[in-house]
Design a protein around this ligand. Structure first.
Ligand SMILES: [Zn+2]
Length: 297
């Protein structure tokens, strides 16, 4: 919450306040996110990029690093703890300390490319989770499922030539950032892009995931599923025009957890991405975490 954005910016402190408030009362095993080690970040970003961000950090006020991405004095610690969160989550899930994990963090991560911060994102958290599981824990198959309404261009960029990772991302199209066409399939046919027309509702989403996502996951046989959990496909979200409802996020989470139980001992690490209507974000996150908890029983 020390990552502050200018007045009127949609990716704001209040988002995390609402998420944490929505999770009150749940019997969660809570862990404070540690700072990532630089070696963790170097799995996904070059040193020059990390140092560039550090150098851009303002002593007060804001530094603008692209059209809609800002740094405040607390942003680097927030981003480093966000990256540390997914690393710790993977460690805990792989050790069997917990069945699954949700990382309540901001700034989000799935738009950050190797050398480019963009779309509110600084470090590619979901890709880092996958890389950490592959390189540190020695897994050979990790899947990333990104249901944020925007294309996970950063995750796609970071895992494009990672044959051990399958990246599946659904997104409204047309919509910023504009990428995410079906013919973007990765260096090893390891990326699946699913564009959705504006106004796509929950029933169409469910049919698409049943037809294309779940069979692809079954065929890939992941040992861990990483979820880029953005809740901006909700019908109330101000930044996009899909018509999913809270129950759709609950359904999708349940399906992914069921698949994880079938394929990889239930191992799921989910990380917060977008979601800009505070009430929809809060309710959808609550539903998402409730399903994770139910699956972990
Ligand atoms: Zn988004």
């Amino acid at each position: 919450m020390d990552h502050v954005t200018p007045e009127g910016h949609p990716e704001r402190v209040a988002r995390l306040e609402h998420v944490l408030h929505a999770l009150e009362g749940l019997d969660l095993h809570r862990v404070t996110a540690p700072m990532a080690a630089e070696d963790d970040l170097l799995r996904i970003h070059p040193k020059s990029y990390i140092e560039g961000l550090r150098a851009a950090l303002p002593a007060s006020g804001f530094a603008q690093i692209d059209g809609d991405t800002f740094l405040s004095p607390g942003s680097m610690e927030a981003a480093w703890r966000g990256a540390g969160a997914v690393v710790r989550a993977v460690d805990m899930v792989m050790a069997g300390d917990v069945a699954n994990a949700f990382c309540a963090l901001r700034p989000p991560g799935h738009h950050a490319e190797k050398e480019t911060a963009m779309g509110f994102c600084l470090f590619g958290n979901a890709a880092l989770a996958a890389k950490h599981a592959l390189d540190h824990h020695g897994l050979s198959h990790v899947a990333v499922v990104d249901f944020d309404v925007h294309h996970g261009n950063g995750t796609q960029d970071l895992l494009w030539d990672e044959a051990r990772a399958l990246t599946i991302t659904s997104q409204q199209m047309p919509l910023w950032p504009g990428s995410g066409r079906p013919d973007e399939t990765g260096a090893y046919d390891n990326v699946l892009n699913l564009p959705l027309a504006p106004d796509t509702g929950g029933e169409e989403m469910r049919a698409l995931y049943e037809a294309q996502v779940f069979p692809r996951l079954r065929a890939f046989k992941p040992e861990l599923i990483v979820i880029s959990a953005g809740f901006d496909a909700h019908r109330d979200d101000p930044l996009a025009a899909l018509n999913w409802e809270t129950g759709d996020f609950r359904w999708l989470t349940r399906q992914l957890c069921t698949l994880a139980a079938e394929l990889c001992g239930g191992r799921v690490v989910s990380t917060l991405e977008g979601g800009y209507d505070l009430e929809a974000l809060a309710q959808s996150t609550r539903a998402h975490v409730e399903e994770l908890m139910e699956a972990g029983k």
